[in-house]
Structure formats: C-alpha cells, structure tokens
Design a protein. Structure first.
Length: 280
C-alpha cells in the first residue's frame, strides 16, 4: 500500500496520477475536478471525508495552523472514525494487490492513519511530495488572498510537512520534488518504482509514456523559484528553509545508506518547529 503525503498546492495530484501508470489502484470514486486543479485530484472521496471529519472532531479547518497533543488521537470520536476507515478500506481496497491513496491532510493526521494500517496488517510505504515553499505560498495566496499571507502560508507548510514526518523513518518511502518531477517525469516515476520495489514497474513503460503525453502540462506550473530568499518572515522562514533543504537532500538522493545523522538533524528541525508554534 502506497500513501502519498505532501502539502496542498505541492503537485501531489499530478504525481498521484502518475502512480497509476505504475499499476497502483487509487479507487474509482474520486473527488470532482475543480478549476484550480483541472487535471483532477485523484483522491478517493470517502478517504478524504474521513480526514475532514477527523479535522472537525479536533476543532480544526484544513487551513488551521496548530499542532496537536498526542492524547487527542485517542479520543472516542477519533477512534469511531478510525473504525469506519478500517471497514471502508477492507471493503474497497484490500482485494487489490497494489493500491494507494492521497490527501494532503494525511501526514498531518498520520497518528490517525497509522493504527488503521497496523490493524489491517498493511505493509505501508510512502511517497512524500515536496515543492519549493515559495511556490506553495504564492499558489495559496493567489487562490485565497483573503485568507493567506506569507506568514500563514509558511506556517501551514510546516504543519503539513514537518509534523510526524519522522514517523515514517523506518518505513519504505521516497521524497519527490515537484519541480524535478516536472523536468523528468519518466525518471522520477522509475525512481519511485525502484525505491518502493513496485512489482513490474519497469514493464509499464507504455503506461508511463501515456501519462507523460496526456497529463503533463508545463503550463500548469505557474511558478518556480530557484532560491528561498523572498517572502522572508522573521524566525518562521528560517525553519521553512531548513526543513525544505533537508527534504530536498532526500529528493536528490544526496543521503547515504546510513540515515542516522539525517534523522538526528531532522529531529532538531521538528523540535524547533514545535517550540515555535508553542510560543506563538
């Protein structure tokens, strides 16, 4: 089972559609296409609804910038939704040998989903999608200028990216940078297939070519930043820069087989992020 993680407006939809070309079943009841995502979200509407219900039960909206105490994940209302999710997955996905799903809220809500995967006995693997936070912020502000400014966009990026990422450290996972994917979709899909040991991924070249020809549209990439020195927000932007650059080392395979030093560095970033939000 492959779960796609990543912040809103980071290209998770396109990359999730690319996973279909590797033979990953994503369901057949997707969230409807919207003008701001004309090629589709490729999100199972029921799995998305579970995430929305969990956020509501926690008193949050998708754009809320808040970290949560661990005790909240064991509340009775959360556990009831968790049981529904288990039954839905059992009924609709387990018959497929290779399946997955995507929703940008999932990493933020990983303490909800991890027990679901464990109780179902799944071998869970992850595709973590990242994009330059300046591009993410620009996209959020362009879409909802009455809600977002740079500070809020950067804060939301941290909440959806740093929170709980270390919990997949011992799982099979790969980090994909959206801009690198747009530059070389074939190579990045092949990289996913190798990293997650997806059966017969190398035999699906025709499906990959069809995806590249019919779904990759460079015109849909409205911004691309090569540096992280704009939209500076004191204290917050430094954390965002460190987290993104740290993740990009994984996305460019600049980490050796011994990742202990990497995760030590990441834990420092995570701790600093928690402290920042506790002080706000």
């Amino acid at each position: 089972m492959v779960t796609v993680l990543g912040m809103h407006r980071s290209g998770t939809s396109l990359i999730t559609r690319g996973l279909m070309s590797l033979g990953i079943y994503l369901g057949d009841d997707f969230v409807e296409v919207q003008p701001d995502n004309p090629t589709g979200y490729w999100e199972d509407r029921h799995l998305q609804d579970f995430n929305e219900r969990v956020l509501t039960a926690l008193g949050l909206k998708w754009e809320s910038v808040a970290f949560l105490k661990d005790s909240r994940w064991e509340e009775p209302e959360i556990e009831a939704i968790r049981m529904e999710a288990i039954e839905y997955i059992r009924a609709n996905f387990l018959a497929h040998p290779l399946w997955g799903f995507k929703d940008p809220r999932t990493l933020r809500l990983l303490p909800f989903w991890s027990p679901v995967f464990q109780r179902l006995g799944l071998e869970d693997a992850y595709v973590m999608v990242i994009r330059n936070p300046l591009s993410v912020a620009q996209s959020l502000i362009a879409r909802q200028s009455d809600v977002f400014d740079a500070a809020m966009a950067h804060g939301l990026w941290l909440v959806h990216t740093v929170t709980y990422f270390s919990r997949i450290a011992q799982k099979p996972f790969i980090v994909i940078d959206y801009d690198l994917f747009m530059d070389d979709p074939r190579g990045q899909l092949e990289r996913i297939g190798r990293a997650l040991e997806i059966p017969q991924a190398d035999a699906r070249l025709g499906d990959i070519e069809d995806f590249v020809a019919n779904f990759i549209d460079p015109e849909l990439r409205h911004s691309q930043f090569g540096r992280l020195d704009r939209d500076f927000v004191p204290h917050l932007s430094i954390l965002v820069q460190k987290a993104y650059l740290c993740l990009r080392r994984l996305a460019t395979d600049r980490i050796g087989p011994d990742r202990s030093q990497y995760w030590s560095e990441w834990q420092q970033i995570e701790a600093a992020t928690w402290r920042f939000f506790e002080n706000e």
